[in-house]
Write a protein that binds this ligand. Structure first.
Ligand code: ADE
Ligand code: ZN
Length: 334
């Protein structure tokens, strides 16, 4: 039995496996510029975040109607459940679909057809987090929030993703203020490729409760002290960091030192179809490459539920935490 865990950093579009991409392309009459899944997988040699994003946005062309979004989410939930994910807080990138003419209602309702039945179908509770693309304008983000207003009963929070360097958090001050006024939770990618100052800015200017990645905080001891003191969770994505070259090799990942420093770290998959593994695969990889003890793995699983937005269902959170404490380690963490 896999270790029970919550996944807090997962882009639903990043779960599009080549096989599903080709199936949806055929169903929708879309031509992909790759002959087959093998040729597509050959393209998965990323130099950095931008080279990954180029492919990530290109493949989204196959997502057109509600059924596509539902199939995508169900495929993820099934794989996640098999790897011990009990709760998933799922990002989506509406601007990448709106600009292709896919309406907000198709995206949200399509995803909801899977998420709304996920507890009964997959045993996974879910929340939905709408991300703004930081390489688009602040006005576009505001417009996106406005378009999401009819669907806010389905959306728990907002996030910020895409190309980080040159697009600092302060650019999105206004839309985060508006999101907070609507009662939405706030997270943001910061310190993945961008400097530690972006993490500080995300906390101070955007009021984020959780930092996605946050890896580069290790360069600033004062920031680390603040994150420890204020118990700000970081949603780390170890296999993503290797594929996008934020770290050279997994054995050099700072996760053990970050845990030793008292940071509230969690382990997540980011874009599992592109980076070589789902949540459990990431747990297994860090255990093997970094020699994490069972106590450390249990801490990571505990942190994932503590850092989740289950504040609206403390009973469920308590049940998951009890599952983590009762877990008996065998060989499987995934
Ligand atoms: N969009 C999807 N994955 C991302 C990542 N790792 N960083 C920024 N934007 C993303
Ligand atoms: Zn991400």
């Amino acid at each position: 039995m896999p270790l029970p865990k919550a996944e807090l950093h997962l882009h639903i579009e990043g779960t599009l496996e080549p096989e599903l991409a080709f199936r949806l392309a055929e169903r929708n009459g879309v031509t992909l510029p790759y002959a087959d899944t093998g040729e597509l997988r050959e393209a998965y040699r990323f130099e950095d975040l931008q080279s990954f994003l180029n492919l990530y946005y290109e493949l989204m062309a196959v997502l057109i109607d509600e059924q596509d979004f539902e199939d995508l989410a169900n495929a993820y939930l099934e794989r996640a459940a098999a790897q011990g994910v009990r709760h998933a807080e799922i990002f989506f990138d509406p601007q990448a679909h709106l600009e292709r003419g896919v309406p907000m209602g198709v995206i949200v309702e399509g995803l909801w057809r899977a998420l709304g039945r996920s507890e009964e179908n997959h045993g996974v509770s879910t929340r939905l987090i709408m991300c703004f693309l930081r390489d688009k304008s602040a006005e576009s983000a505001l417009l996106t929030l406005e378009m999401a207003e009819p669907y806010l009963d389905r959306i728990t929070g907002v996030g910020l993703d895409s190309a980080e360097v040159g697009n600092p958090p302060v650019k999105f001050r206004e839309v985060y203020e508006a999101a907070a006024a609507l009662g939405l939770r706030r997270v943001a990618h910061a310190g993945e490729e961008g400097p530690p100052e972006y993490i500080t800015e995300a906390l101070d200017v955007l009021g984020v409760e959780r930092v996605d990645h946050g890896l580069r905080c290790v360069e600033d001891p004062e920031l680390v002290a603040r994150l420890v003191r204020d118990r700000i969770p970081l949603t780390l994505c170890p296999l993503s960091n290797v594929r996008l070259r934020a770290v050279d090799v997994l054995a050099a990942h700072p996760l053990p030192a970050m845990l030793d420093a008292g940071l509230l770290c969690t382990v997540n998959s980011d874009d599992p179809a592109y980076f070589g593994g789902y949540a459990g695969d990431n747990f297994r990889a860090v255990r093997e490459a970094l020699g994490l003890t069972d106590d450390r793995l249990r801490e990571l699983a505990r942190n994932s539920f503590l850092a989740s937005f289950l504040d609206d269902d403390e009973e469920l959170r308590a049940r998951y935490l009890a599952e983590v404490e009762a877990y008996e380690f065998g060989d499987a963490v995934s």
